[in-house]
Design a protein around this ligand. Structure first.
Ligand SMILES: [Ca+2]
Length: 120
């Protein structure tokens, strides 16, 4: 009798935990999180983790918080945006993303390297 009750409690806890995680994931992936005319970058794939949402089409320095940490990105501007390895649009061109396009994962070559971007 006791064993049965305990199993029931554990099952209940598991169901609750799963529901919470699924809800959080859905909220993080909401395209409305990145405002129109912004370039948005996230630290984890599928638009999760730390992020920076920057208005306009250029950012000379992504800043310490996101430098060399971008994995996912969303270009909600009307321009094609080029993402660079160094600040000041220097170093390798890591990604070229068309207007409105997004990348749930920038790929191994560009991952955790982006330091700046501008229209190109
Ligand atoms: Ca870099």
């Amino acid at each position: 009798m006791r064993k049965t009750m305990l199993a029931g409690i554990i099952a209940g806890v598991c169901v609750t935990a799963t529901t919470v995680v699924a809800g959080a994931t859905q909220a993080m992936a909401n395209p409305n999180d990145c405002p129109k005319n912004y370039v948005c970058v996230w630290g984890d794939s599928n638009y999760e983790g730390r992020f920076v949402f920057a208005p306009g089409t250029s950012r000379e320095k992504v800043g310490d918080r996101m430098n060399d940490l971008t994995t996912a990105l969303w270009n909600r501007t009307g321009s094609t945006i080029c993402f660079y390895d160094d600040t000041g649009y220097g170093g390798s061109l890591l990604a070229r993303v068309g207007p409105g396009e997004s990348r749930p994962n920038v790929g191994r070559t560009a991952n955790d390297r982006i330091s700046s971007w501008r229209a190109c």
